[in-house]
Design a protein. Structure first.
Length: 311
């Protein structure tokens, strides 16, 4: 990256740092295992046309990966602990400091499903309504009671604020999401938020990360002196948002149980009554160490390097 201007280098770092704040969810398809320092980027969309077209001078293609092992999300009256989350994106940085984002084919956000404390009993019971009380009497089987929540993308990220990536307490971008609740009684189409009316997360840095730089070979093997690739690692930052509103549930029990979920959960919930936190995130930003040296084929070389790291 020595031949890249300071402005471009700062822009690349900002684009990468911003996305360390994003809560990631959903179920990933099987990703290849990558060697060495390539490992965090196993879903980077290196073969997307916009990435392949990067020339290394006017445009630079890079990979972003961000993960957190623990966290929590509060929606109205409900607090859910989150498991492992992972965000991966490609970024195409232009010489004027602007950037375009490229999601993997299966989506940028993946995560372990989280269990709702108390399950369906906690969401709807007890109740004096015959329909609900009838369900409550059947919830002696743990599998029937169990409710999982998965946050899914509900639109493209927007409102990217590059300067906020280096500060705390300032929104970095807006991410539209919806929360998918799964249970046999709720069915498979029970959501909090929709693509038309999503939850709008505006993540920000709560604490600043520590920064380190690794240099590695095209196939991922560490090589501090002559590696074709460079990787910035931002480690240990807590991130979150407490400004978003949450709409009501829809599609639960074919719509018959929406009101029951809303009543017990306290939805819809106005801005300021909800929050999301990711603990000690680790975010990686990887690109060729000298993008201009690979011109006019930087994007194609990045793809070639990525594929050479497959185990």
């Amino acid at each position: 990256m020595r031949s890249v201007s300071n402005r471009t280098r700062v822009g690349l770092l900002a684009a990468f740092t911003a996305f360390s704040a994003v809560l990631s969810t959903g179920s990933a398809t099987a990703a290849p295992q990558l060697n060495g320092d390539w490992a965090p980027f196993d879903r980077c969309p290196v073969d997307a046309p916009a990435m392949l077209a990067a020339d290394g001078v006017n445009t630079i293609a890079a990979c972003i990966a961000s993960s957190s092992a623990t966290g929590s999300i509060t929606l109205g009256k409900s607090v859910v602990s989150t498991g492992h989350t992972d965000l991966q994106l490609g970024v195409v940085q232009r010489a004027d400091g602007t950037a375009s984002l490229v999601a993997p084919p299966e989506g940028a956000l993946t995560a372990d499903p989280a269990e709702i404390p108390g399950g369906l009993l906690g969401l709807m019971c007890p109740s004096g309504i015959p329909l609900i009380s009838g369900i409550c009497r059947q919830l002696t089987d743990n599998n029937l009671n169990r409710v999982t929540a998965t946050i899914e993308p509900a639109g493209a990220p927007r409102d990217f604020n590059m300067s906020a990536a280096f500060s705390t307490g300032e929104p970095i971008l807006t991410i539209p999401v919806r929360i998918h609740l799964k249970n046999p009684f709720l069915g498979d189409k029970c959501y909090i938020g929709t693509t038309a009316n999503p939850v709008l997360l505006k993540p920000q840095n709560v604490t600043a990360p520590t920064l380190s730089l690794q240099r590695f070979g095209a196939d991922g093997t560490p090589n501090d002196d002559e590696g074709e690739m460079g990787r910035y690692t931002f480690d240990g930052a807590d991130q979150g948002d407490a400004t978003f509103a949450v709409p009501g549930a829809s599609g639960c029990g074919a719509g018959l149980l929406d009101w029951a979920v809303n009543l017990k959960t306290g939805l819809p919930s106005a801005a300021g009554k909800n929050s999301v936190t990711l603990d000690a995130t680790t975010t990686y930003f990887g690109s060729p160490y000298d993008p201009a040296g690979l011109a006019p084929n930087e994007g194609r070389k990045l793809s070639e390097f990525w594929h050479s790291a497959k185990r």
